[in-house]
Each structure stands twice: as structure tokens, then as C-alpha cells.
Design a protein around this ligand. Structure first.
Ligand code: GDP
Length: 598
């Protein structure tokens, strides 16, 4: 009984919950929760995690009796280096493995013809459906060539691909890289190559738009050779298929090439084994409820199966193929659109079947719980400091790197030096090395590949730094090659000094610039968040780019030298060896602290 004489309502809470989630669970407002916490001596913001005991006290004050959620044992899903579905297949009885159709994903620079190619193959090689003769867009389809099937993932673009890889669920056996023969190798082409290499998926090049008068196949082959894709007619091992997606020329050659590459790989699965695969697409249909396209990668999925996909589950009520036909079974490499999940899973989620809905429910509850508890420290990414431990434990035998430098001239010696270092036990795998600042794409790829981003005489832009922070990606900036190689060498030997990490403590906006004879230019600022500290560093940001970074020279408030200035106050700041403030610049104030080796 509670104090007010009413019986307490009971509520089940997890071992850790955010203030916001607790408010939702208790049907209260976050403000009330924060107030209740404060009255119990706990200061918390809305996104803060609080433990069960604390949440239970708050709940009790609000008339609830809380009990701790019990957790069912989950089958361990180790998303290590090898995608889970491949691990499952590797664990199957080899005698039961049979060939399955190759799964192909199409990548390439924007406007080089990915969509046109996917449409051309669909219209040429997919037998039209009976219902109205229209193929359905379900995110994947199967095409036929000489009586053999090829599964195409019909979601071009790197975002989907990266999302899938980030979850360790990369599903493709072969990448078709579309490069327009009139345009050649472009930034996203290189990015796509890096993605495919990181996922260790072979590439077939579709040299598209050969119908165009300015198409230049030789120049394209030259460029491909330069990025390590040496065409087979130049004694390399990359098949380059000239084609025109628009005029449907060369499509058969492409299908032939895909099957040729596939025949050199072991593309196998056990149709009678554990049912598992990847969610390709999912949406909520107004009449039919959650619809998801599942790519079966092992086993045979059947109507009536209970499926867990990401954080959702359900018993499959119906399945459709890409021709819109109802099917009862789907074997390995088959994409099917399914009805019956209780909610919409995310593209890239892994699905598998379980015995019954009770198991499904408890596994999903446990999964949600674990996600809540997962902190930055537990993320799948790593820092240079953490590498050695992982090398030693045998978890990792390879150090993936992304290298960005100011000019081509500095890239070459860096690549050379780094490759020298990678000749020992632990291989260094350069995903790509390019000129230019570090951007979001670099960080996204690093996160998906557990790579470290190395910058030489370049900066990371604001968005990249923010993403790196939230994804836990290690960006390391150098201006001396020797320092860079020294750090890598130390990391490989486990001798890296504790890292100095930058902690941002405040922001200010430049409102005016004054010339003071002794100090040079001083920025008149308003502190917009946190504080500026006299012994800290300033990063000057203009239109999102870093224009300078350096120690504070002087910090004044109303002509007085001060040690710190807080949010809402004005101040005058000078930065050592920097004069070029502009009105509108943003100043980011940071301190460095040493972080112990993890
Ligand atoms: P995506 O961004 O890679 O998906 O490129 P799209 O498939 O949307 O194609 C971009 C443009 O190139 C469109 O205007 C297409 O019609 C055109 N295109 C695609 N393939 C060919 C081709 O083989 N020849 C010519 N001339 N144009 C093509």
C-alpha cells in the first residue's frame, strides 16, 4: 500500500532506463521525473540513464511498485569480422551445402546509371508476374540467365550498403561497379571500391554509357588500373564489361561475367539448415501492416514460421516474391516480401526463425535491454590505443586505415611507409588514401569497417568530427610523417602512450573584431555554451570548417584578465599566432586530457 492509501500499481522496469523512457513508462512528464530525482538528491538530465534502484524510488513516489525485468538468455550473436550469416553457413555440415544463386549489389557514382541498369536487367531477365504482368518493387529481385538465377539487391546507393555493413550483415557475394565510360572514375566510384574491398567482395565493372560519343573505354581502363582494378584484358583480374544500360546493350555479357566470378567463389548454403538472413527493406503498409523484404541466406523460410528481425518479431502470415506471387517457401538467396511482423524492422537487421512466439518475445526484450545498456565503450569501433589488446587476443589480425592528406605528393610516401609497417604479423589494410579534408563519408566507412582515419596536413570538418564522436571512430591528425608512422608502429607493438583526447568545454560567437596594439586582433565574443578558459585551446570555425586551432593568448571580461567566462557573458579573446578573426566565426574552446590506454 502506498502512503495515500491506494494500492500501488505494478510496473516492470529494466536494469537501466533514461529519464525520458521512465517518464513514458510512468505516464508522467520528464520534468516531474527530474524534480522527483532532485528531491532525492539526484541531478539528471532527460537523456541520462538511471539505474533500476533509482528508477524504483521515483516510481514508488508516483504510486508504482517497480520490479526488475527478468531477462531470457539470448542466443549469442557474435558480429565479428565475418558476417553472421556466413558464420552460420560455415558451421553447417559441409555435406549438406549446395550452391545457391549469387547475391549482387550495384554500386557506383551518382548518375553513372545504377538505376537504369537495375531496371534494364529487371525488364530483360525477369519473367513478368502473372498478376497484371508487373514486377513489384520489393528491394531485391531474381533475374535469370541461361537457366541460372542471380539475386540483385535493388537498393542502389551507399547508405543502404553501409548500413548493412555496419551491422555486419553485408549480404552481397559480388559487387557490380557501374562506371560511366564518358565520365570515368569519380569520388563515389573510389568510395564504392573501398566498401567492396573492406567487405572482401569481388568487383565486376560495368563500363556503362558506351553508346555515348564521348565514351572512352581505354581511358576508363587506365583509370581503373590506377585504382587497383586492372582489367583482365590487361592481364589483371577485374572483368570490365562494356555496356549501355539505356540501350540494353551488353546485359548478357554482364550476367555471364557475374556468374563467372561467382563460380570462382564458394556460394553455398544449407536449404535445410538454420533459417537466417538479412532485412533488405521494410515499411508500414496502410492496409497490410508492417511489410519487410527478407533475403534468405541459409535454410528455407516458410509461411507460419516465427521470425525475429532486429527488435521485432511475428508469425509469418504470407510471403510474396518479386513478381507479386504468393509463395509458401523461400530457399537461400531468395528475396521475399513478408507479412506478419509486429513492427517494422530496419534495413540491415538480421532475421532468423525461432521455435515459438514466447521465445521470440523474450529474445527481443533482452535485445532492447542490451541496446539500452550499450555504451560508447562497448561499441564495435576501436581506437589505436585499443588495438594492441585485440591483436594480442587474436580478435583482429589486420589494421584497416583510411588515409587523407593535403596533396598527392604527401600521400605516396605515407602509403609507402605504412605498407612497410604492415609487413609483419599484423597486416595494414589501406581502405583508401585520398587527398582532401576528412568528411562524414570517411567516418561512416571507418565506422562500418572498424577502421581508423589518419589525416595528414588536413582537418576533419565539423560534421565528420561530430559523427566520429557519436560513432566512436578514432581520427588522428598529423603534420609530420615520422610521427604518423611512429604512432602506428607503437600501436602495433602495444607501446602507444596514453592518448590525449580533446574535450570541448564551450562555444562562443565572434560579434566584433578589435585591434589592440600589444595583442594583435582580439575577438569580441558572446559565450553561447559552456565556458571559455584562459589556459585552454580555441578552434576557429568558419562555415563549418576549421580555419585555425591554437592556445588562447588572452581572455578578458570588461577589460579585466579573467580565468574563465561562462555562457551568456561577453569577452575578448585572442589566440596565439592568429589574427584573422571574422565576425560570425564560431569559437570552440577545448582542453586536452590524457586517456589511459584501454
Ligand atoms: P544512378 O544515379 O547511378 O542511378 O543513374 P541513373 O540510372 O539515374 O542514370 C543517370 C542518367 O544517365 C539518366 O538520365 C539515364 O537515362 C542516363 N543513362 C543511364 N545509362 C545510360 C546509358 O547506357 N547510355 C546513356 N546515353 N545514358 C544512360
Amino acid at each position: 500500500m502506498s502512503e495515500n492509501g491506494h494500492e500501488n500499481k505494478s510496473i516492470i522496469l529494466p536494469s537501466s532506463i533514461t529519464v525520458r523512457e521512465l517518464a513514458v513508462s510512468l505516464g508522467s512528464s520528464p520534468i516531474d521525473i527530474i524534480k522527483t530525482l532532485m528531491s532525492n538528491g539526484v541531478m539528471a538530465n532527460i537523456n541520462q540513464q538511471i539505474d533500476f534502484d533509482t528508477a524504483a524510488i521515483v516510481a514508488a513516489e508516483m504510486g508504482f511498485e517497480a520490479s526488475l525485468e527478468t531477462i531470457a538468455e539470448e542466443i549469442k550473436e557474435d558480429l565479428g569480422e565475418v558476417p553472421l550469416w556466413r558464420q552460420v553457413i560455415m558451421n553447417e555440415d559441409p555435406a549438406k551445402l549446395v550452391p545457391r544463386p549469387p547475391v549482387v549489389t550495384i554500386l557506383g557514382h551518382v548518375d553513372h546509371g545504377k538505376t537504369t541498369l537495375l531496371d534494364a536487367i529487371r525488364h530483360t531477365n525477369v519473367v513478368e508476374g502473372e498478376a497484371g504482368g508487373i514486377t513489384q518493387h520489393i528491394g531485391a529481385y531474381q533475374a535469370e540467365h541461361n537457366g541460372r538465377l542471380i539475386t540483385f539487391l535493388d537498393t542502389p546507393g551507399h547508405a543502404a550498403f553501409t548500413a548493412m555493413r555496419a551491422r555486419g550483415a553485408q549480404g552481397a557475394d559480388v559487387v557490380v561497379l557501374v562506371v560511366a565510360a564518358d565520365d570515368g572514375v569519380m569520388p563515389q566510384t573510389r568510395e564504392a571500391i573501398a566498401h567492396a574491398r573492406a567487405a572482401k567482395v569481388p568487383i565486376v565493372v560495368a563500363a556503362n554509357k558506351i553508346d555515348k560519343p564521348n565514351a572512352d573505354l581505354d581511358r576508363l581502363k587506365q583509370q581503373l588500373a590506377e585504382v587497383g582494378l586492372v582489367p583482365d584484358d590487361w592481364d589483371g583480374d577485374t572483368i570490365v564489361v562494356p555496356l549501355s544500360a539505356k540501350r540494353k546493350i551488353g546485359l548478357d555479357d554482364l550476367m555471364e561475367a557475374i556468374l563467372l566470378v561467382a563460380d570462382n567463389l564458394e556460394i553455398l548454403a544449407n536449404p535445410d539448415g538454420q533459417v537466417l538472413g538479412t532485412v533488405i527493406e521494410a515499411e508500414r503498409d496502410r492496409t497490410r501492416g508492417p511489410l519487410a523484404t527478407l533475403l534468405v541466406q541459409n535454410g528455407t523460410l516458410q509461411v507460419g514460421d516465427v521470425v525475429i528481425a532486429g527488435n521485432t518479431y511475428g508469425r509469418l502470415k504470407a510471403m510474396f516474391d518479386n513478381r507479386g506471387r504468393r509463395v509458401r517457401k523461400a530457399g537461400p538467396s531468395t528475396p521475399v516480401s513478408v507479412m506478419g511482423l509486429s513492427d517494422v524492422p530496419e534495413a540491415g537487421d538480421i532475421f532468423r526463425t525461432v521455435e515459438n512466439e514466447r521465445d521470440a518475445r523474450s529474445i527481443v526484450a533482452e535485445r532492447i535491454q542490451q541496446q539500452r545498456e550499450s555504451t560508447r565503450a562497448q561499441r564495435n569501433t576501436m581506437t589505436l590505443e585499443q588495438l594492441f589488446d585485440r591483436f594480442q587476443s587474436g580478435d583482429v589480425r589486420e589494421l584497416p586505415l583510411i588515409i587523407k592528406a593535403d596533396v598527392q605528393g604527401s600521400l605516396e610516401p605515407i602509403i609507402h611507409e605504412v605498407n612497410e609497417l604492415g609487413k609483419g604479423d599484423i597486416k595494414i589494410n589501406i581502405l583508401y588514401a585520398e587527398t582532401g579534408n576528412i568528411g562524414e563519408n570517411d567516418v561512416m566507412l571507418a565506422s562500418a569497417s572498424k577502421a581508423i582515419v589518419i589525416g595528414f596536413n588536413v582537418q576533419a570538418d565539423t560534421a565528420a568530427r561530430r559523427l566520429a564522436d557519436s560513432e566512436g571512430v578514432d581520427i588522428r591528425l598529423y603534420d609530420i610523417i615520422y610521427r604518423l608512422t611512429e604512432d602506428l608502429e607503437k600501436a602495433l607493438k602495444g607501446m602507444l602512450e596514453p592518448e590525449e583526447r580533446q574535450v570541448v568545454i564551450g562555444h562562443a560567437q565572434v560579434r566584433a573584431v578589435f585591434r589592440i596594439s600589444k595583442l594583435g586582433n582580439v575577438a569580441g565574443c558572446l559565450v553561447t555554451s559552456g565556458e571559455l578558459r584562459r589556459n585552454a585551446y580555441i578552434r576557429v570555425l568558419r562555415n563549418g570548417s576549421v580555419v585555425h586551432e591554437g592556445p588562447i593568448g588572452s581572455l578578458k571580461h570588461l577589460q579585466e584578465d579573467v580565468r574563465e567566462v561562462r555562457t551568456g557573458f561577453e569577452c575578448g579573446v585572442s589566440v596565439k599566432q592568429f589574427d584573422d578573426f571574422k565576425v560570425g566565426d564560431e569559437l570552440e574552446c577545448f582542453v586536452t586530457e590524457k586517456v589511459a590506454v584501454a
